[in-house]
Design a protein around this ligand. Sequence first.
Ligand code: GAL
Length: 676
Amino acid sequence: MKRNNLFPQINGILHGGDYNPEQWLDRPDILEEDIRLMKQAGMNSATLGVFSWSTYEPSEGEFHFDWLIRNMDRLYENGIYTILATPSGARPAWLDEKYPEAMRCDERGIRYHHGVRHNHCMTSPIYREKVRIIIRKLYEAVGNHPGLLMWHISNEFGGECFCPLCVKAFQDYLAEKFDHNISILNAAWWTTFWSHTYNSFSQIEPPYANGEFSIMGLNLEWKRFTTWNMTDYMKSEIAVIRSLTPHLPVTTNFMQLYDGLDYRVLAKELDIISWDSYPAFHNDYESFAQTMGRNAFDHAVMRSMKRDKPFMLMESAPGLVNWHSFNKQKRPGVHMLASLQAVALGSDTVQYFQWRKGRGSYEQYHGAVVDHLGRSDTRIFREVEALGQKLSHLDEIKGSLVPARVAMIYDWDTRWAIADMKGLADETKKYDETCIQLYQQFLSLGIDVDVISQEMPLDDYQLVIAPMMYLLKPGTAESLKAFTARGGQLLATYLTGYVDDNQLCFLGGFPGDGLKELFGVISEEIDTLYPSEHNEILMNTETPAIVKDYAEYLRVDSDVEVLGRFKEDYYAGMPAITRHKFGKGNAYYVGARIDMTHMKQLIEEMLSHTDLAPMELPHGIECHHRQAEETLFTFYLNTCDHTQSLYAVYGYDLFSQQEIEGTLSLAPYGVAIIRQ
Ligand code: GAL
């Protein structure tokens, strides 16, 4: 795989974080100390200006960038590059006072008051113009600064706006999408139901909390519109930046699996994917390994948006956060482990929120590299410093990519459609949870998995898993058929292919759009089990598989092999798990939510038809790969708080800087990076 080095000017892995010198302008001593401490911690980058608008422009048209220039100069003189944010994540008071249209309206159409952040109207032409002005001014001040590494657009886009400007933009968006023909929209949204037929696009309102919520097509399209509008807003920032500094990369920071925006649409406009990772480590509802596995899934989702380059871990907490329901400290050693997990899964950066704790306001107790104590001999500072040293030795990893040959289809449209569909049981739909659990089965086998959309090409994969693919986009069925026909191993589950792109049910049997030919099954019914109930599936395994939550009543074609049958209830004896030979490949269908032990066995069965070799990893060990040209880097992460040993490991460990000749001993939360 061809190396793609994002930041050749940085030595080692980029190590940095959000830095807010504007909060300390009256303390030059602290700003000077920051430089000293950053160097000590091995930081080579700082993200500036994320929320600096009111310092840059304290009143309309009055600009102050001297402090920024001074700080960027000092950082650069000391080998620290600047990632410069556009300040649109939060607005100064004067702006909202003078231009109230910049403030969003809530889901009842009521205007919010000024305050907090991340809540500007995406449509407002005045806001867009004000942002473009300040970006141009920023460029004039520091656009040619040698320390300027890249642009960070706004901060964690999210939310919705129901103001009149957004409603009009929604109507225009719909007119464009449905060929300016309201009959096409009415047909696509099945509006004859409950007498909801529209006469014109101007009659359509967003799904207000006190308005229309019963048209699934409308609800879905509103979500897509919000993504489209946010992307359009983001593009208005990016366009100015690209016209001024075409050589500098652009990113925006995503928030874990944030449900409100289809990140893959935004991703197309960005040069690099970056995201903010804040797992609830050491919680009381899952094991530490599971929390890590969940985080690995998030990394895989982000990485897979641009498979040809590394991504950036833009934010993570060096210690605790302040917004979880319980803000527990990361235990000693976990910071190193979690940071290198990001690298293992394809990140070329480890960055923090935040460098230094502020004295007041909402985030005064959020973890930081430098505490209110202000010293470098704290536990957390030392852990960051130790990590900084390690990262500086990992230069050869930079630009390497994850050689995944397995993909999982996980889709925002499907998330939205499943959440919105009436039926099943709201509390057990669990689309995300199901995908994450399945991903963790591959994780336990040491198999790298990309997490992709329905539209992404499948050419690089040998095995594809598509859990609960309720909504089918145009072209998906064809792509899956072609994949299987050429020898791919495909697995789908209950709740596959019920609706099309507008949430209209397929006629003639689920899974629709031709998928029933691929799997050789039709799901005639789906049964919802109460949480206290279960069924079983008799398979060719020692124990039966346990069924919870959902079970489908399947008709199967005569050439379909039945791998498991229901044991109980009125569908006892009916097929539950099937395999259908299709071209050179196999299409597996799992018509029930089964326990993960049996799911894993099925995955192993599928893998046996590929040339991918599952690993026998001790419980709690993660194994990931990155590759650059002919060099393969294998990461081993010990998610346990006790030492674990692995055997038959050979190669140079970049972490311990030792040759490993067979036995690899991993300390609690320990890491090894073996070069082969
Ligand atoms: C992020 C945000 C940061 C900071 C951080 C706290 O979501 O981008 O500005 O608020 O959370 O964890």
